[in-house]
Design a protein around this ligand. Sequence first.
Ligand SMILES: Nc1nc2c(c(=O)[nH]1)N[C@H]1C(S)=C(S)[C@@H](COP(=O)(O)OP(=O)(O)OC[C@H]3O[C@@H](n4cnc5c(N)ncnc54)[C@H](O)[C@@H]3O)O[C@H]1N2
Ligand code: MOO
Length: 416
Amino acid sequence: MPSFSPASGAGASVSVDAHLERVLAGVAPLARVERVPLADGSGRTLASSVDSRVDLPGFDNSAMDGYAVRRADVATATPLHPVVLDVVADLPAGSDADPVVGPGQAAHIMTGAPIPEGADAVVPIELTDGGTARVSIGAPPQAGHHIRRRAEDLSAGDRVLEAGVVLDARRVAAAAAAGLAELPVAGLPRVAVVATGSELVEPGGPLGRGRIHDSNSLLLAALVAEAGGLVSERLRLPDDPELLRDWIEGREPCDLVVFAGGVSVGAHDVVRHVLADLGTVDFARVAMQPGKPQAFGTLPGGTPVFGLPGNPVSVAVSFEAFVRPALQRLLGRHDVVRPTWPAIAEIGWSSPARRRQYMPVALRVRHGRVLARPASPGGAGSHLAAGLAAADGFAIVPELVVDVSAGDLVEVTVTR
Ligand SMILES: Nc1nc2c(c(=O)[nH]1)N[C@H]1C(S)=C(S)[C@@H](COP(=O)(O)OP(=O)(O)OC[C@H]3O[C@@H](n4cnc5c(N)ncnc54)[C@H](O)[C@@H]3O)O[C@H]1N2
Ligand code: MOO
């Protein structure tokens, strides 16, 4: 009687969380740190926390174009009985004049100019006659009105940005306002992206029978860049173990290698064969759909390596679930997994039992509610590469749910 054992290399079945834990245990933040000018900082990851060099604002200053006054002088002002003051100074922003406003006096002041000594409120120009030598004030200001106080935003020495945050326009601007000119950022993880398969043809190339255009290497390279990595190599290799071994031996220095394709149990799944021979790569059947066959471990020299299943949607999902978190860890970022948000399923679909489903979904907002529908009319097929174009993210359907009905709440991770 014939006996069957699970196809060799298929690996044990593990949960998504357990596999992610194994992956994260296999990567550590890179030690390389660079200092970059603020203008080059956006998209980089802050390597160590930074503190303000200055008080912010640096001095009490006007929030309005108008007149700096002594409140007591204008306490009785009304539109019918305005108070008239002598204008003793004209203070544009940036003025280094240091006048004193005495009783019965005012200073013409612009937004951002330092409040002169003696003044304790600013009257906007609209509530005056706009006079130059003398000004008529038609209403009393409140105490401190329209004065922006020194250090009300930050004091010198206060924390501006925490290590591990991703720099963006707002954080770069905050650093500039806090007196910093450059920032320490994590070195970019260098990632080699290798699509394998003898059926692959370069995008746009002529297709013979059984051949397809390689989309995975483009997908992975763009995902790596979006996640903050640097693509050190992007290539296609046919299903030839010798070529694969040669590439592994002669590869450019990098911090991570991502293979796509050839990790399943087929006769020509050479990534699995070659990586399995190394003895440093684990193969797992992860309880997810798509993305079930997964490989992770190290190449000679210790470089972490992923072997992702070759179907394009499986690549996109595996990247989101495992490779992106690993890249975030290499960068020293804190939140390695993106948050999920509730959305309402617009139509129903089914999900496999005991597997966490990652359904590519298109999102839209109707009447203040976020609606999610499968991005591809074909649904969950992991070969539906073109459907990815419409995907704004993935609905993550828990292992125990087998049916999503129209109107159900689903958790969505937004990737766009
Ligand atoms: N007997 C079994 N067969 C398969 C199983 C299984 O458990 N038992 N699992 C299936 C699942 S699920 C997946 S996913 C795939 C994964 O297989 P591989 O990682 O070996 O991927 P390939 O066979 O190389 O390719 C799968 C599919 O994707 C296309 N592909 C590959 N590379 C690219 C690329 N760069 N651009 C676009 N499309 C690509 C390839 O032509 C195949 O159609 O295994 C199942 N089989
Ligand atoms: O698990 Mo495969 O990755 O579904 O298509």
